[in-house]
Design a protein around this ligand. Structure first.
Ligand code: SAM
Length: 426
C-alpha cells in the first residue's frame, strides 16, 4: 500500500563510547548521512547531556533524522524518517553504521501515512500560508524558515535564506550558493562562508587598496585563490597596473560566482587579467624570481586545498617571487576565532620577511566568524603600510565610489587592540 513516508527505527550496537559522546562528530555524521542520501538539510540542533549522551535532530526538506545515544552502552537509537521517493533512508543507515563504528545494527521500517487510510482534505493552500494565526495587528506571511549555519565547537553564525541556488562537489570542496535574506547571495565552500553580496566589499577593498597605496607603483600583481573575483575587481580599478594574474584551483568557484555573484565576478573578462585554473602552490614553485610587485594570498581557511597556502615553504616561495620592493598580503584569519593559527602564521611571516617588516591590520566583516578579520602586510623591501600618499588614497576612494576603504580606515586598520598585540607579541 502506497504511503506518505518511510520511517526506519534503527538500533546501533557496540559503537565506540567516545564517538557516542562526541556531539560534534554525531552532528556532522547525521548531517552528512542525510546529504549522502540525497536529502536537503534545512537545519540541525544537537544537545550534549551532562555527564554524557547526545540527542539531536536534522530537519531535512524530506522530513527528519533523529538520534539519542547511550555512550555507557555503546548504543544509539536513530530515527530515519523520509517522505517522497528522492531520498533513500537506507543510504543514511549504512553511512551512520560506519560513522559510529557500530559492530552491527537492527532496524524496522514502518510505512507512515498509508494512503488507503487517508482522505485528502479539500483546503485552500494560500489560506494556510496567510493565516492570522495569532493576534498580530497585520497579516502574517509564513515564509520557509530555512537557516544556513556555519559553526565550530563553540561559535555559530546562522543566516536565513530562501533556498540553495548552486550546489556542486569539485575534486577539492563542496561549492554552494545560498540566497540569504539579509546578505544577498552567499558563496560557501565546505560549509564555510566565503563572501556575500552585501559585505564582500569590505574584504576585497581592504586586501587590495591598502597594499596598492602603500607600494604606490605596482605594475604586476598576483592573486592566489580569490576565485570569487572580488580581489581582482578591486585591483583592476588601479590604472597603472599592467597585469594581474589570478591563480584559482577550483573552476567551479569561478562558475558559481559568474552566475550568482556577478558584481563580484565582474572583472573576469578584463584585458589586463590572466586567469589560470591551477594549484597556486605549483604555480608559485614554478614562478620566476622577482616576477611580481604585489602577491595577494586570497585563500580560504587552512583546510582542504588551502592548507598548503599557510606554510613556511609557500611563503618563502612568495618572498622569492616578489620584486625587491614587493609586498605580500594575506587574509590571516581572525585573532578572535582562531587565535592559535593567527599567532603561528605571523611568526612564520616574521621568520621569512623579518620581524619589523610584518604588519597586521583588521576589518569588520559581519558574515565572518566573530566579525573581526585580519590581513597581514609583509614587505620585502622598505614599503611601510603607514607611509602612503593620503591625498591620493582619499581621491581614489571618492573617484572609485568605494564603500569601505578610505585614507583614514587605511591608517586606523593598523591600530591594534591589546589582545591582538599580545598575540603578535608586540
Ligand atoms: N574571502 C575568503 C575567505 O577569507 O575565506 C576567501 C575567498 S576565495 C573564494 C578562496 C579561494 O581559494 C577558493 O576559491 C579556493 O578554491 C581557493 N584555493 C584554495 N586552495 C587553493 C590553492 N592551493 N591554489 C589556488 N586556489 C586555492
Amino acid at each position: 500500500m502506497e504511503a506518505l513516508g518511510r520511517h526506519i527505527l534503527v538500533e546501533f550496537y557496540n559503537c565506540s563510547p567516545e564517538l557516542m559522546n562526541d556531539v560534534v562528530h554525531i552532528e556532522k555524521s547525521m548531517v552528512e548521512a542525510a546529504e549522502t542520501a540525497g536529502a536537503t538539510v534545512i537545519n540541525s540542533t544537537f544537545h550534549h547531556f551532562s555527564p554524557y549522551g547526545v540527542s539531536g535532530v536534522v530537519v531535512i526538506q524530506e522530513s527528519h533524522l533523529a538520534i539519542h545515544t547511550w555512550p555507557e552502552f555503546g548504543y544509539a537509537a536513530v530515527d530515519l524518517f523520509t517522505c517522497g521517493d528522492s531520498v533513500n533512508p537506507w543510504v543514511s543507515y549504512q553511512f551512520l553504521e560506519k560513522a559510529f563504528k557500530a559492530s552491527h545494527g537492527s532496524s524496522m521500517e514502518c510505512r507512515r501515512g498509508q494512503m488507503g487510510l487517508l482522505d485528502r482534505k479539500d483546503f485552500n493552500i494560500d489560506a494556510l500560508r496567510n493565516t492570522q494565526a495569532k493576534p498580530y495587528d497585520h497579516p502574517v506571511k509564513f515564509t520557509r524558515d530555512v537557516w544556513f549555519t556555519e559553526r565550530d565547537e563553540n561559535i555559530a553564525l546562522s543566516l536565513k535564506h530562501d533556498g540553495q541556488l548552486y550546489k556542486k562537489e569539485s575534486p577539492y570542496q563542496k561549492v554552494e550558493v545560498f540566497a540569504t535574506q539579509a546578505y544577498g547571495n552567499m558563496l560557501t565552500l565546505d560549509g564555510m562562508v566565503m563572501c556575500t553580496q552585501k559585505d564582500e566589499y569590505v574584504y576585497h577593498e581592504m586586501i587590495t587598496h591598502v597594499p596598492m597605496h602603500s607600494h604606490g607603483n605596482v605594475k604586476r600583481a598576483l592573486v592566489i585563490g580569490g576565485g570569487d573575483g572580488g580581489t581582482v575587481r578591486e585591483l583592476l580599478r588601479h590604472e597603472n597596473l599592467e597585469e594581474v594574474v589570478l591563480v584559482e584551483i577550483d573552476a567551479l568557484v569561478i562558475e558559481a560566482c559568474k552566475e550568482f555573484l556577478p558584481e563580484t565576478a565582474s572583472a573576469f573578462g578584463h584585458p589586463k587579467l590572466k586567469l589560470l585554473v591551477e594549484d597556486g602552490i605549483k604555480y608559485i614553485n614554478e614562478c620566476k624570481d622577482e616576477a611580481f610587485d604585489l602577491i595577494i594570498v586570497d585563500s580560504a581557511d587552512p583546510v582542504g586545498p588551502g592548507e598548503g597556502l599557510f606554510t613556511a615553504e609557500f611563503y618563502s616561495q612568495v618572498y622569492r617571487c616578489l620584486t625587491a620592493n614587493g609586498i605580500m598580503v594575506t587574509q590571516s584569519e581572525s585573532p578572535r576565532f582562531n587565535a592559535n593559527v593567527f599567532a603561528e602564521i605571523y611568526d612564520c611571516y616574521k621568520g621569512i620577511f623579518g620581524p619589523d617588516k610584518v604588519h597586521c591590520y583588521l576589518a569588520a566583516i559581519p558574515t565572518y566568524p566573530t566579525g573581526t578579520w585580519s590581513f597581514s602586510f609583509s614587505a620585502k623591501g622598505n614599503a611601510h603600510p603607514l607611509q602612503f600618499d593620503k591625498e591620493k588614497a582619499a581621491q581614489f576612494s571618492v573617484e572609485q565610489n568605494l564603500k569601505y576603504y578610505n585614507e583614514d580606515i587605511h591608517a586606523a586598520a593598523f591600530a591594534l587592540p591589546n589582545f591582538v598585540k599580545q598575540l603578535l607579541k608586540k
